[in-house]
Every structure is written in C-alpha cells, then in structure tokens.
Design a binder for this molecule. Structure first.
Ligand code: TRP
Length: 371
C-alpha cells in the first residue's frame, strides 16, 4: 500500500459526488470492466486487500485507503482484509517483531472502523490451504515474468540485503493466492501494486484455461484493481510519507507527538499560504491534510490562513488532525488495552478464511486431477 498513490487516467466508475478526493474509486483500465459499479451493487462483489505488518499505520494510509475500506464495508460489500506477514520476510532486515506488528495492524484497522463481525481480518500465514495454492500457481508463470516485475525490482533496488531471496521474486504469485483463494473480484490497492494485480489476473486466466471444470466453467474470477484517488499527502520532510522514514504522523500518535512532528515539517520561505501542489508541494501537503480533516476544500484553508505563514499553517494542521482523530484515538486506546481481543479477531478471521481456502483448494485439486 502506498500512502501517496496518485490519481490516474483510470476510468471513473463510482463517486459519491462530494469534494472528498478519496470518495471516488477508479478501476484499473487494463482490467476487464464489467460495467458493474462496486458501490452501487455492493452485494455482487467480494473485496480483498491487505498490508504488510511492518509498523504502525499513519495518516497517509488512513486517507489513502483505510477509510475507503470502511466505506466499502459500510455499504455492505463483503470485505477480506489480510495481514501479509509472510511478505515481510522477503527482506529479513525488517522482519522483526512480526507478531507485535500484526496485532497492532489489527488495532489500527479496528480503530479506523473495520468491524470484525462484517469484515474478515486474518493473517495469511494462518491459512495453510491458501499457501498451498502457491505451488500450482508457480507452475503457471515463467521465471522471466517473475524477474520483470517493476515493483519487485524497485524493492530489490532499495533493499539493504546482500543477497535477494527467492521469496522476493515469488511473493507476487503468493499474493495471487491471497486474492484468488477467496475468489475476490475487487482489490483496493495503490499504484505500486498494479504489477502484482496483473500477476493475479494472469494466474487466474492461465489456470482457468488449463484446468476448466468438467462443464467448461472457470474456477477463478479475474480480479480488478480498485484504485483510490488517494490524496498526495507528503511526509513532513517533503518525501513520500513512510513508516520507515520517520516523517509520518501515526494514527495512534498522541496529540503532543502530532504537534511535535507537524512543527518539524518542512515548509518554504513564502509567508503567504497557497494551495499549489506542483509548485509548493510541502506547504500544499500540509494544507491538504488540514482540508481532509476539516472536510473542506484545500483552497479555502489556504485562503483562511493567508499571510499567517508557516507557523499559523502548522497550528491549523495540528488542531485539525488532533480534532479529527480524537474519537479514533480514544477507541484505539480502549482496544489497545485488550490484546486478547485482537488475537481473537485474528483467530475468528483465520477460521473463516480457512473454511474458504479449504473449499477452493479442494476445487483446485479436483480440476487438476487430484494432484
Ligand atoms: N503487497 C501489499 C503491500 O505491500 C500487501 C498485500 C499482500 C496485498 N497481499 C495482498 C494487497 C493482496 C492487496 C491484495 O502493501
């Protein structure tokens, strides 16, 4: 998941018609468009998405994807949210404290409004039949295809590992198993995940061609990306907002921490505050953050601050963030006190996911001739 997923030329299929930049969902134009609007016809879809448990979620995640997930859930779309713990061990340097990160991810999900009675929240390592799908799926892709994946290449370029392990090249196929085990047809992701979604689509297509049911019908749907027009929220250093760069406000940050991080944000020397994302990315990122929290247009926020300069801007942003997130943070603090509940949510989610994965694996084995 990227915190800074950008708007694309993808076809707009749905929108709440508000000024809220995250309200509009777009579908990957390379995908098979069925014409169905996922939000107008919520019962017709199964949505799966997920995150790597590498650290606390931040405001970029919240405005970029989390609250869209909650919206989809609240509109009655069937949701699966997966903690991709096996994906973290592609790079062992960051794979510490996995169990703690997993529980904290669930904590952020619940605080943001995901409801475990309606959404299935689980870790993919707890679903053996899902993992077994990796074997037949790996046989459907070439080594050349695996080596060309631009997101994998980028991760290798930024990795501190001396040697790249095999999972680094094959995890996109495992991600196809994440999506296909429950036959999800919509996958909310950021731009960087589109190559992986293409792998899932290729695997589904090749599997269906090679192993149809006796009556000719297909085992898997071809999943489509649901790209959210995530706002361009930058980190406080002007770079991409990221858990690892220390330039982000965590969802669960205290009000004081929030104030401190925003006080340290980079701005520029122009006293007059304007909203100009291309020309003044740092100032505009802050204006946008206040605008998202206040549910107003960024231009109006900039206008209001006017000649107040960076100090007034930062005050406004801090107050807006702290006010908007106060209820979420209060809920988060309550939930954090009960680790047993977080583990129970994961257990219940895994039970549901296992039942589905077992059925899919049985179907897969049948069409493959009980391999
Ligand atoms: N690769 C995703 C990320 O880095 C996480 C992920 C794992 C995922 N499995 C998924 C996302 C399935 C969508 C669907 O954020």
């Amino acid at each position: 998941m990227t915190a800074t997923a950008t708007t694309t030329a993808a076809a707009t299929v749905s929108g709440a018609g508000t000024a809220d930049p995250t309200a509009t969902a777009t579908v990957d134009p390379t995908a098979d468009l069925t014409g169905a609007d996922p939000i107008d016809d919520p019962g017709a879809h199964r949505v799966l998405t997920g995150d790597r448990p590498t650290g606390p979620l931040h405001l970029g995640h919240y405005f970029g994807t989390l609250r869209n997930r909650v919206r989809l859930q609240d509109r009655g779309v069937e949701m699966f949210v997966l903690v991709a713990d096996y994906q973290v061990i592609t790079d062992r340097d960051i794979a510490d404290r996995l169990a703690e990160h997993t529980e904290n991810l669930v904590l952020d999900y619940l605080a943001a409004g995901l409801d475990p009675d309606r959404a299935t929240v689980f870790a993919h390592s707890a679903v053996p039949a899902l993992n077994q799908l990796l074997l037949p799926f790996l046989s459907l892709v070439s080594v050349a295809e695996l080596s060309r994946n631009p997101t994998v290449k980028d991760e290798i370029a930024h990795s501190s590992q001396a040697a790249v392990n095999g999972l680094m090249f094959t995890y996109p196929v495992h991600q196809a198993a994440d999506i296909l085990f429950c036959k999800a047809d919509l996958v909310p992701v950021g731009q960087d995940q589109l190559p992986h979604l293409e792998v899932a689509r290729t695997v589904a297509r090749r599997f269906n061609e090679r192993y149809p049911h006796a009556d000719g019908s297909a085992v898997f749907p071809r999943p489509r990306a649901l790209l959210s027009e995530a706002p361009m929220l930058l980190g406080t250093d002007g770079g991409k907002m990221s858990k690892s760069r220390g330039n982000a406000v965590a969802l669960g940050a205290s009000e004081d921490e929030t104030a401190r991080i925003i006080r340290g944000a980079r701005t520029d020397a122009d006293r007059r505050i304007t909203y100009d994302p291309a020309g003044r990315p740092e100032v505009s990122g802050l204006v946008l953050l206040a605008a998202l929290c206040q549910d107003r247009a960024p231009e109006a926020i900039a206008e209001e601050i006017g000649d107040g300069g960076a100090a007034a801007l930062k005050r406004t942003v801090t107050e807006s963030v702290n006010e908007y997130f106060r209820p979420l943070r209060a809920r988060r603090a309550e939930l954090a006190a009960d680790r047993g509940h977080l583990r129970q949510v994961l257990r219940t989610g895994a039970e549901r996911a296992n039942a589905i994965a077992d059925a899919t694996l049985a179907e897969v084995r049948e069409v493959m001739g009980a391999i």
